[in-house]
Design a protein around this ligand. Structure first.
Ligand SMILES: [Zn+2]
Length: 445
């Protein structure tokens, strides 16, 4: 995709970047291109004032995310050191007792098909439900500032405070429910070998990702957006032509009403298997982009489609998750005796486990981001070779960067460590190199 995260969308920019209201150049605008005399004309999208706003926006968004990570860390440490984690474990145990389930001795293995394992699953689910809801409360001010106020302050956000609060509440409750279900299944499945909980978490987490990705277009996205099929017209005709040219099939293309929330534009692949389709925002279709520019975006998405990037991302995430969870368990087991925790089945250790997992995940973020950037450049290259029109893709990247207030050329180390999509400046340079080198459309893999 051009922008959406995770897996998939066109993402041109890091999370939360967005765009602007008007279209100064219209669909006939040209990008930087050599003049007959060989000089490069400045792109109408290279607006120094807007670039400066985009840099400031990106810096503030990073500050908010770092502050949120700091606050979450502090809360998890406090939960452990204050003894609240132990009390929460005892409350969860009392809940299981209250419904007549047997008492669970932390760390004591029990057969999978037993009431003791069921009790452990219920305790784990209720504890994680409470933690997830508490986490949503801790994160709310950061999400409000970083995801709502900042966008409003630069003219990107179009949502009312009430609508934002409704979205945040629905997403938090839905997320907490999914976390609780997953945690309950992990607690139950690992009751027979508590120290192998990370294997159950990897397998069930990956399965959960598959299910949620499959259901996203039909159950999840409709909670937040109206999805309508792409209407007949030149854009749809061009998409069908490109799909035929690519030798593939696409089950559909949906338009989502992003304009109710934001002026940013985006596109991406959503769903999996029978639910997989291309998604574009109404702000893209109505943003003054030419058919050639929208075709360039479709071609990028088709690159993800033919390369199977959605399935690839799920597999890579599963492997990285297994590594991170195994390392988390190793460190937790090493630390446990010195910080007053029991074995792997001791639910009082959940906050420490979450904290360690956060640290390990952060350390592996550059690897995850680097793999994603590689796939994005691959889709870029595919799209340019499919359309044979690198300049249309370059114009699209510039316009999306302008519209979404993306940081076009961020500090290299920040891009390396956190960007799932290459910076726009690098994507443009790569597209031009591909355009110079491409002599034929890509071959269907
Ligand atoms: Zn993409």
């Amino acid at each position: 995709m051009t922008t959406a995260e995770p897996h998939g969308t066109l993402a041109l920019h890091p999370p939360r970047s967005a765009l602007s209201a008007h279209d100064p150049g219209g669909s006939n605008a040209t990008s930087s291109r050599p003049s007959p005399a060989g000089e490069v004309e400045p792109s109408p999208w290279a607006d120094p004032g807007r670039a400066s706003i985009a840099r400031r926006l990106a810096r503030r968004a990073r500050t908010v995310r770092a502050s949120e990570a700091f606050a979450t860390t502090a809360v998890l440490i406090a939960l452990h050191m204050s003894g609240l984690a132990g009390s929460a474990r005892d409350t969860a145990s009392a809940l299981a007792d209250a419904v007549g389930l047997p008492h669970v001795t932390p760390g004591m293995p029990s057969p999978l098909l037993s009431y003791t394992s069921l009790a452990l699953g219920i305790q784990t689910a209720s504890l994680l439900l409470g933690l997830a809801l508490a986490g949503a409360v801790v994160s709310m001010p950061f999400s409000y500032v970083g995801g709502f106020r900042l966008a409003r302050s630069v003219g990107l956000g179009t949502q009312s405070t009430g609508a934002w609060a409704r979205d945040y509440t629905v997403a938090s409750v839905l997320g907490a429910g999914l976390v609780a279900i997953l945690a309950g299944l992990v607690g139950w499945a690992s009751a027979g070998a508590p120290h192998l909980w990370w294997v159950a978490a990897t397998l069930l987490g990956t399965l959960g990702t598959v299910v949620v990705t499959y259901l996203a277009p039909v159950l999840v996205l409709p909670l937040f957006y109206n999805l309508t099929p792409l209407p007949d017209g030149p854009v749809r005709t061009r998409l069908v032509d490109l799909t035929t040219q690519a030798g593939t099939t696409v089950r559909g293309c949906d338009v989502i009403d992003q304009s109710r929330r934001s002026r940013t534009a985006n596109a991406g692949i959503i769903g999996l298997g029978r639910t997989r389709r291309i998604m574009v925002t109404d702000t893209l279709l109505e943003g003054g982009y030419s058919t050639a520019e929208i075709a360039a975006i479709f071609a990028h998405e088709l690159g993800h489609h033919v390369h199977g990037d959605m399935a690839w991302a799920i597999v890579v995430d599963g492997i990285l998750m297994a590594g991170c969870l195994a390392m988390t368990e190793a460190v937790r087991a090493w630390l446990a005796p010195s910080i007053g925790l029991g074995g792997a089945g001791d639910l009082a250790g959940v906050p420490v486990t979450l904290l360690l997992f956060g640290v390990v995940s952060t350390l592996t973020m550059p690897l995850r981001a680097g793999i994603s950037r590689w796939r994005e450049l691959r889709a870029d290259s595919y799209g340019v070779r499919l359309t044979q029109d690198p300049e249309a893709w370059v114009r699209t990247l510039e316009r999306l960067g302008w519209q979404n207030l993306a940081e076009v050329d961020p500090p290299r180390w920040i891009e390396w460590a956190t960007y799932t999509h290459p910076a726009i400046a690098r994507r443009i340079a790569s597209a031009r190199r591909t355009g110079l080198a491409a002599t034929s459309p890509p071959v269907q893999p």
